[in-house]
Write a protein that binds this ligand. Structure first.
Ligand code: DC
Length: 218
């Protein structure tokens, strides 16, 4: 079968990560979590104690930052200048900081090039917010995965339970705040591409979502 470039965009908690991983595995494709890259930039901003609104400093930081994925015995890991940062990028603080650095054009430009380089061989599932609209407008198949805000908060809450002390209401507030940030920013706001297949996963299991996706691929 022809090797495809597949994009999956959507808001936080819509189930993108689980579905993208499962789809990539089903197809024998690489899975690229682009949100992790924004989190990687956010972690570097925090580590350096930088102001996330200072574009000159952000540019300098991006120039010195080497982000990349490796697969090892722990699965898919994100490396930043040789260091495994897969776990520290998942805290609520980095989650919010990633949302604010992702609104800065210098950061988006740096990651645009990086993401396109990662797609050179196709046979990949790219998960993010602007994969179908900005990064890969020529993708072979574009999906936009959505779900109700409450359902998304519940999923995030279940996922974070062991790692965070946030309540369900706090998780829902953070999700609403991030939706607002991600969909109203000037550069590459979160929205479905005109030719995206929109799937509402509120009442669907992962397997059901994959089935819908596979029906288009086949
Ligand atoms: O998918 P995630 O929660 O790991 O993403 C973290 C943040 O990064 C999210 O608030 C929006 C931003 N992001 C983005 O702007 N564009 C992408 N392609 C992926 C993520």
């Amino acid at each position: 079968m022809k090797k495809l470039l597949i994009t999956i965009d959507g808001p936080a908690g819509a189930g993108k990560t689980t579905v993208s991983r499962a789809l990539a595995q089903r197809l024998g494709y690489r899975y690229i979590d682009t949100g992790a890259l924004y989190r990687g930039v956010a972690l570097a901003v925090k580590t350096k104690g930088m102001n996330p609104q200072n574009d000159a400093d952000l540019k300098q930081l991006c120039n010195e930052l080497e982000l990349g994925f490796v697969v090892n015995e722990d699965g898919l890991r994100l490396m930043s200048n040789g260091q495994d940062i897969s776990d520290p990028i998942r805290t609520p603080e980095i989650t919010m900081l990633a949302s604010s650095v992702s609104a800065r054009p210098v950061v988006r430009q740096y990651l645009l090039d990086l993401q396109r380089n990662m797609a050179s061989k196709k046979a990949a599932v790219f998960e993010g917010r602007d994969m179908g609209t900005v990064v890969f407008p020529e993708a072979d198949l574009k999906y936009f995965l959505d779900a109700s805000p409450r359902k998304r908060a519940q999923r995030r809450f279940d996922e974070l339970k062991s790692k965070s002390t946030q309540t369900l209401d706090e998780v829902e507030r953070d999700i609403e705040q991030r939706d607002q940030n991600d969909s109203t920013r000037e550069v590459a706001p979160l929205k479905p591409a005109r030719d995206a297949i929109v799937i509402d996963s509120t009442d669907l299991t992962v397997e059901q979502v994959i089935k819908v996706m596979m029906s288009y691929i086949e």
